[in-house]
Ligand binder design. Structure first.
Ligand code: SF4
Length: 306
């Protein structure tokens, strides 16, 4: 793909994310590092594109090591029973008390990875059931349980917080306006939505879209962790502060978590802003794009065996 094609990809991305016009000089962008002057409307983002970012957007899915036939769930440690631990390669996360206690030890931590599960996504869904009442969200006005969806062999997984009104109505995660923006974000890195796996930490809509409470999350999150064990994605993009802090068990603000990978049992986790937040504050789209480029480049490098 030529440099010009790369630039057109960028421009297409910004357009899809709602930027109505960009006064860009393509000849100038060909230089090693160029700042494209304003105006960029809606106008908030100076567009600086280092030449190192102008990489091909081609994307290939690597083959995934999948559960071996015959392995038994009871033979493997349950991911849901484990907590994130730092390994020699794990980035330091400012964390909840569990992690702080761990950081006091000088002993190197054994790397933990997600073990293949012998159960299927259908098994998990059947266990949850259509009328799950494991937490009080079942009594607070939800219309239905909204299960995860997507490619069970996905290399890329997205995790949100909980369903909203549209999702509660349709029974699928990320189908409202925020979901449509998520689709564009996925497509901006050359992947189709049908090729990723998408879920939420909680499967029932909290009243007035409040954040799920700790007891509600504790009841529902183990199902998501079991799904991660089945899908075994290469990267999990976790959307929004609530979901990111919950998955990584940390209190660190999303603004400090995003922009780099965190390790979660051998899976790269990229926290980024929730699409619903981007609808309220389009300035943050640029950061999401930066995060997604990191994800894209990592998946491309895995596909090439680097
Ligand atoms: S949020 Fe999860 S645990 Fe709670 S009722 Fe819904 S499906 Fe069950």
């Amino acid at each position: 793909m030529s440099t010009q094609d790369d630039v057109l990809e960028y421009l297409r991305y910004f357009r899809e994310l709602g930027v109505e016009s960009i006064d860009a000089n393509i000849d100038a962008i060909r230089s090693p590092k160029t700042t494209v002057p304003s105006p960029i409307r809606p106008g908030e983002m100076p567009l600086t594109i280092p030449s190192s970012d102008l990489k091909p957007l081609s994307f290939a899915i690597a083959s995934v090591e999948k559960p071996k036939p015959g392995s038994r769930l009871k033979d493997i440690p349950s991911l849901a029973s484990l907590s994130p631990q730092r390994t020699s390669k794990t980035e330091k996360i400012e964390t909840a008390p569990l992690m702080q206690k761990e950081q006091l030890t000088d002993k190197p931590q054994e790397p933990q990875t997600i073990k293949a599960a012998s159960e299927t996504l259908e098994d998990i869904r059947a266990e949850i059931g259509p009328d799950c009442s494991r937490c009080k969200l079942s009594t607070l006005g939800r219309k239905q349980v909204v299960n995860s969806t997507g490619n069970p062999n996905a290399d890329l997984m997205f995790v949100g917080e909980a369903p909203g009104a549209d999702e509660d109505e349709q029974g699928e995660p990320f189908v409202g306006r925020a979901g449509q923006l998520l689709t564009k974000i996925i497509e901006s890195i050359g992947i189709e939505r049908k090729d990723v796996f998408i879920g939420n930490i909680n499967r029932c809509r909290p009243p007035k879209n409040r954040a799920p409470e700790p007891d509600e999350t504790a009841a529902c999150k183990p199902f998501l962790l079991r799904e991660i064990s089945v899908v075994r994605p290469k990267v999990i993009v976790v959307l929004g502060a609530t979901a990111a802090q919950n998955l990584l068990e940390t209190n660190v603000p999303i603004g400090k978590l995003r922009g780099r990978f965190h390790e979660y049992f051998g899976v790269k986790v990229m926290p980024t802003f929730h699409p619903a937040y981007l609808l309220r504050d389009p300035h943050k789209k640029r950061e999401v794009w930066e995060d997604m480029k990191i994800v894209r480049d990592y998946l491309n490098s895995v596909a090439k065996g680097e």
